[in-house]
Design a protein around this ligand. Sequence first.
Ligand code: SF4
Length: 430
Amino acid sequence: MSDRPRSFVVHTLGCPKNQVDSDKLTGLLVADGLSPAGDTSEADMVVVNTCAFVEEARQESIDTILALSETKAPGASLVVTGCLAERYGAELAEALPEADRIAGFGMALAGGSSAPPEPAGVPVELGRRTARPVPAFDLLNLPRPPSARPWAYVKIAEGCDRACGFCAIPSFRGPQRSRTPEQILAEVEQLDAVEIVLVAQDLASYGRDQGRGERRIVPLVEAVSARAARTRLLYLYPSDLNDTLIDAICATGVPYFDLSLQHVSAPLLRRMRRWGDGERFLARIEAIRRREPEAAFRSNFIVGYPTETEEDHDRLLRFVEEAQLDWCGFFAYSEEDGTYSAGLEGKVDGGLRSERLAELGELQDAITARRRDLLVGRRVEVLVDEPGAGRTHREAPEIDGVVHVPAGLAAGTFAKVTVTAATGCDLEAA
Ligand code: SF4
């Protein structure tokens, strides 16, 4: 095998934002003269785009690296990139001799142009100076191939300006850097997808780092929506969900609200260094439902944050029951080095955390199933993702359930179908 790889494969872990990075890495490697291999065992270079969000994600990343070191072809190189590489570069290189290269954001994967020679090539605009380090290289504005699926994620900003008590992301992804509307719209057109899913660490703050005016989320949503049949927004910090944004989301025809709530107990939210409380969240959700009865909701919550009491947990249970959200994710608190919460007293015992998680999960599973049952008999419009599977506005790709549709419906088209049954998260339709 020659020194320089000729073929590659990219394995992606973590969130949709990582998938976008992988698409761009793929584009970069192809531009560098490498070709995508059909499978890991055929590739000269195996790239793992890792996630370092919480302990579980790190473990999954490491397990994947170890598994790939066994299945790759003899002599093929194994390159680890993404958040784990950025956050633990040197440590990781020492702990994982299986990896041939640990490439944080901005380091060459394969030689050639797959990384700019110096930070001067950073294709991102920085609106202001900041004390927090910015990774040397953003993939944000690299070109992407047209989407192979009817939908595609588009990352509109990188980094985050908040300082949530549990979150290490700003420490290794840096402060928020928004792309310009022109760059985003050019990518939307290039992707040529029926559904565009906008993602960022903190979507509603889009453009704040570049000043007010045009570079804000509402005009962006309107402009994307004029170019794609469906526009979906993921990750909205609740304080930024104002009436104008709600109207803009409803006007896209995809009234789907992914609210990043994290908890509902006011004292605990303050210790999480976050805004809001359960009453305000409920009032907002009810107002959206009055405005758009077909609105679908998703949220995420952290369970077992330091100092979370039985009373905090009960409040969350009551909220979940009252809010009747379509989808909810509950995540065990994970202590991250360097975060505010790592220094808090009052750690919640692992066993108790698991009990709380199970209780919340069970409650929400029943709510989700009930809400899916209510759709039986309804006529709904689906975007067919692939033969036999589609989604209404209620299901975000890869995250929520799907609608099983007749296999004859062509991928990439819209169809009206009647829901005939609900099976947990998924629906059957004819
Ligand atoms: S909003 Fe909070 S949780 Fe989300 S990335 Fe920023 S700091 Fe982390």
